[in-house]
Design a binder for this molecule. Sequence first.
Ligand SMILES: Nc1ncnc2c1ncn2[C@@H]1O[C@H](COP(=O)(O)OP(=O)(O)O)[C@@H](O)[C@H]1O
Ligand SMILES: [Mg+2]
Length: 471
Amino acid sequence: MFNSIKLRIVVWFLVVFSIFFAGIELFLYYKLGEVTIHLADEHLQSEVDTIANLMAIEEAQGQLESELQELAAAVTGVYAEKLSGHYYQLISEDGNILVRSPSLALADETLPVYTGSEQGEFRTIIGPGNEHMRLISQSFRFSVGRLTFQAADSLEDTQEVLSSFRNVVLAIFPVVFVICGIGVFLMTGWALKPIRAFTRKIGQITEKNLAERVEERGVAIELKPLAASFNTMLGRLEESFSRQKQFLSDASHELRTPTSIIKSFCDVTLGRERGPGDYKEAIRKIGDTVNRMCDIINRILVISRLDNKTIQFKPVRMDLMDLMKDVLKLIEHSAASKGIGIKLEGTNVFISGDREGLTEVFTNIVENALKYNKPQGRVEISVNESNGGALISVSDTGIGIPEGEQEKIFDRFYRVDASRGITVGSGLGLSIVRTIVEAHGGKIEVKSRLGSGTTFNVYLPKNPETGDAVA
Ligand SMILES: Nc1ncnc2c1ncn2[C@@H]1O[C@H](COP(=O)(O)OP(=O)(O)O)[C@@H](O)[C@H]1O
Ligand SMILES: [Mg+2]
């Protein structure tokens, strides 16, 4: 349920809102309580001051006794009403009640007796009629001794105000809660609209329109990085898709040529009655072409396995000089038949690599050096340490590669001017070479001069770091 961003925002908002609302309301409630009590206290204080002033004046005239009588009897207004909620009383130094307001006397009640200090003391008490009250007790010095005035006012009104405030708040809260909840829900929906639009746009991109991109300009700032990474991913997908397509079409094209050759051999041969020699010749030619097809198919398989990373390289420690000698053994026969001399020099260099993969690499390079060489040409191979790794260089005295095509020879199916007379080949060798070298963390470079020769330099680190393909 909490998988929805919208719901999360709404719930979070409502939780924060409720805490905030409750906090504010509690604060206001207590502030209001404090204010009303403060007002009640001020009122009580002024009452006590008035009475004390009156008595001070009467005392100066020597009529304190009669003033006490008056205070007890001749009071009008709320103080004359029985249990009106407004009371006062006067207490002698030894705690006797000297005077009570009629509101107390008529009901024969008293206020709780506290001989207060001269600054006045305030208390909240349960007074006559079980009412909550505010009580002031303040003492004054007179000629008859220390007298304490006590006055009390009911807090019932105050409490009523407070409780109606509380009731209003409690009634408002659920309404505000629901309204805010709905508001935030709608607003979140509105705020998340760009995400829906973005999702729709993404949803429209399929393998058929991989060239399309999500417009980064219009999207919300927060979605820009997402759009950018999505577009980058699309770019990579598109590239790999079109590479696959290209590869498939190149592969079919490449296989069509030998297939047509075989077909025309068959047609021509079967076109009329022939002698055994002709049939033999035809079958030999067909066999050659099939070999070429096998070579192409094998290479296509290797490439697709390299692409899918289903070939597991197993790095072992080995001597490259030793490996190169093995490679030369494989091809010395074909070198000899072309009259090409091969020179191998350098030192033993130990590296960690996949023996089969690297054999494939150097066989390809050396085979090329023979294939694209001139009759009676030479091939020079050196194996040396370089920059903490190994540098293997293979130079030939062959036909060379034009400047502009030197990078392209590593592309799949790319053959420099396929009509240069050498028909055997698929253009896949060097692309396999480069993939394997790079999977070993190494690199391959070519230097060539048209007509005079080519050098391939392969650099391999001692320990391949990329645990990727060389697992
Ligand atoms: N040593 C070389 N000298 C001249 N050209 C070369 C050499 N090695 C490779 N090439 C060129 O690079 C192309 C690609 O090589 P490669 O991938 O091995 O394919 P293939 O040998 O099957 O044609 C070759 O067709 C050739 O034109
Ligand atoms: Mg080749």
